[in-house]
Design a protein around this ligand. Structure first.
Ligand code: ADP
Ligand code: MG
Length: 682
């Protein structure tokens, strides 16, 4: 039996005035009709004129108005894929903060232009390049464009660059904007478009010396906002209840979009929701789909399929559906009001993944998704009081809250030496720049004068965090590149590795336990990967062992990419097996410590938690760790990442030896930090 939730119902997110009802239809037949019905279509000529007359144009428009899919096509049709003087082919690029968006939009545009994906229209994301020498419209993650400055500092392959979703203020987007601001001074032929949803446009315009703002009038209907009367302790459960509440009280058609924080949460909610649907015998009426960064491409396409008649589609999405992807047919939005973010604390030098309340601007974007086709409703799983008192007005730009080590290394390799005076849109704190420089110095990427070393130059060639690339370089020196590549690839893939079917939990846990390596999670990951390889990359093996095939398949892709990069850089031995005399596993772990020494923690005196060598914050083993129940608890560990939920948890941990920490962390730790080690060595 369902206990309905009490909602407040007195607020409305206003729609736009100029709604033209003729242009809004649920069923649009041809691609041409669809294209011509989008709000941008009416402004095609004006848009092209604005680009013709200005080197930089800021474009603002409601989500779904056609910016991402149409504008690059307009530029192409207007001849921007050829150099105006020489006639040589040039690329029109469009960046996206998220890789799923880059893939899905490229696919859509290829379809609209009736060309195969990967040729004229393609996409590039980390570890996957789906373009060729014919590509003229290229969707790419902002991170990939940022890396292009290394090989092609003038970006002269490109005629137009559209920096999309600029309102998200991701780190890569902001650094690109700073770098482009410099490039356009001497590349007068390069056109720069900065596209964003409705917030922040003035800031971009000011940064680009008053560049014109081209507004595409929106087309959004009013959306009624419903807050819960009381705070909801469990928002996933509240969201499930609300789904049934909507389904039983609201007419069809009308699909439901639910905003969740990540893949784990989506998968868990999907399970409970499916259970509830089958308990209520609603399988024929409610279809559940999901969308998140790691969703395989074939499943991504499913969310765009029209909902069958007499059915309601429920889409469980991360904030990717907030502005980057538009799904037609949504009439109801359920918003728990949270988002998962990487948060870096320059004082402690710790970065962790944290679920935090989203901003009011995000919450309103989310609500707006319900008003694309007609008046909609948004159900917020929190109170009105929370909205106005606990949510920030705008999201904090990433540059102010993440670890800058990678970006600092990249800027130094581009010759930007005076980072404290670099033209950032919002300058990061001096503290966080200095912390990054310190880490790079202790990793051996910089010398004591702050100049890049040979190691630093090699490190930047890999699309990996500095700590990863350092481990990779050391593993080459120590002769364990082959295995280290596998481990780093496993760590790069954030998808779930195991699954636990409800009726076979014990068996699944047992199977999983059998992979455990005594030293900890890093070698356990290697063990899993190698066993899969030795079983011929088998799907069946994955099923038998409760391992997610799609995750391992992506690990294999990543590994292949990294290994061919190693070949390019001149690293030999990515396929070589270990032949040394020492214990190979120890050598691998040493290589890892060479990059991750700053993540070494020691058991507290009470033995109830771990603490970093430099800082005193308590850290705990993640329940998923194979080290979780080891008795007695190891004295010294290295972790891969921190996840902050009820406590600060370390995910993927391995025991390490004090001498390795001394060997590689010499420039990072003071002798006082390492004092405790002496008695440990007896
Ligand atoms: P904007 O960038 O302004 O938010 P888009 O160009 O992304 O708008 O979207 C324009 C339209 O194209 C939307 O109505 C959206 O539903 C449709 N669309 C985008 N991608 C796909 C896809 N993969 N399949 C079907 N429709 C899509
Ligand atoms: Mg878009």
């Amino acid at each position: 039996e369902l206990q309905f939730i009490d909602f407040d119902t007195d607020e409305t997110l206003e729609g736009d005035d100029n709604i033209n009802d003729d242009s809004v239809q649920l069923k649009l037949n041809s691609i041409k009709e669809t294209k011509e019905s989008l709000p941008v279509f009416k402004y095609r000529t004006e848009f092209l004129k604005a680009v013709e007359d200005n080197q930089v144009v800021i474009i603002v428009g409601e989500t779904g108005s056609g910016k991402t899919t149409q504008l690059p096509q307009y530029l192409y049709e207007a001849g921007y894929s050829k150099d105006k003087i020489t006639g040589k082919p040039k690329i029109i690029a469009c960046t996206q903060p998220r890789r799923v968006a880059a893939m899905s939009v490229a696919k859509r545009v290829a379809q609209e232009m009736d060309v195969p994906l990967g040729k004229k229209v393609g996409y590039t994301i980390r570890f996957e390049d789906n373009t060729n020498e014919q590509t003229i419209i290229k969707y790419m993650t902002d991170g990939m464009l940022l890396r292009e400055f290394l090989t092609n500092p003038e970006l002269d392959k490109y005629s137009c660059i559209m920096i999309d979703e600029a309102h998200e203020r991701t780190l890569s987007t902001e650094i690109i904007l700073s770098l482009l601001k410099d490039i356009i001074l001497h590349r007068k032929d390069l056109k720069l478009l900065i596209a964003s949803a409705t917030i922040n446009a003035d800031k971009f315009s000011t940064f680009f010396n008053g560049a014109p703002i081209f507004s595409i009038p929106g087309r959004r209907f009013p959306v009624d906002i419903h807050y819960t009367k009381n705070p909801e302790a469990n928002y996933v459960q509240a969201a499930i209840t609300t789904i049934f509440q909507i389904h039983t009280t609201q007419e069809l058609p009308g699909d439901i979009l639910v905003f969740l924080t990540g893949q784990d949460e989506i998968e868990l909610m999907e399970l409970s929701l499916q259970e509830a649907i089958s308990d209520l015998k609603l399988q024929n009426q409610l279809l559940v789909n999901s969308i998140y960064a790691n969703l395989p491409a074939e499943l991504q396409a499913r969310i765009f399929e029209p909902t069958p008649p007499n059915c309601r589609k429920i889409i469980l999405a991360t904030n990717i559906a907030e502005t980057s992807i538009t799904i037609d047919g949504i009439k109801f939005v359920i918003d728990p009001g949270y988002v998962k973010q990487n948060v870096y604390n320059p004082v402690t030098g710790m970065e962790s993944l944290v679920v935090v309340p989203c901003s009011r601007a995000s919450a309103n974007q989310r609500a707006g998704r319900a008003g694309r086709l007609g008046p909609g409703k948004c159900f917020r799983m929190y109170t009105k009081w929370s909205f106005y008192n606990e949510l920030d007005l705008n999201p904090v730009p990433e540059i102010l809250r993440v670890n800058l080590t990678g970006v600092v290394l990249l800027l130094l390799s581009l010759g930007v030496n005076d980072l404290l005076h670099f033209d950032f849109m919002d300058p990061p704190s001096t503290d966080s720049i200095i912390k990054s420089l310190e880490l790079l110095y202790s990793l051996g990427a910089l010398n004591s004068k702050g100049q890049l070393t040979k190691t630093g130059r090699i490190m930047v060639l890999f699309p990996l965090d500095a700590m990863f690339s350092k481990s990779l370089i050391t593993s080459l020196k120590l002769g364990v590149l082959h295995d280290t590549l596998s481990i780093l690839s496993m760590l790069s893939e954030s998808g779930n590795l195991f699954y636990r079917p409800k009726d076979k939990r014990e068996q699944a846990d047992k199977t999983r336990g059998a992979f455990s390596e005594e030293s900890g999670d890093h070698l356990t990951l290697l063990n899993i990967y190698d066993t899969w390889v030795n079983n011929g990359y088998s799907v069946q093996w994955c099923e038998d062992n409760f391992v997610q095939y799609k995750t391992l398949k992506r690990v294999r892709d990543i590994r292949n990419q990294l290994s061919s990069l190693c070949d390019k850089v001149g690293f030999k031995g990515s396929c070589q097996k270990w032949e040394g005399k020492a214990d190979k596993n120890e050598v691998i772990l040493r290589a890892l410590v060479s990059g991750f020494f700053s993540n070494v923690v020691r058991l507290s005196k009470m033995g109830d938690c771990y603490r970093k060598l430099k800082r005193n914050q308590p850290l705990f083993l993640h329940p998923s760790s194979s080290m979780h129940n080891v008795k007695p608890p190891p004295k010294l560990l290295m972790y891969h990442e921190l996840v902050l939920t009820s406590k600060e948890f370390m995910r993927n941990v391995t025991r390490v030896k004090p001498e390795w920490v001394k060997e590689f962390g010499l420039h990072y730790f003071s002798s006082k930090d390492l004092e405790f080690m002496e008695p440990m060595r007896k």
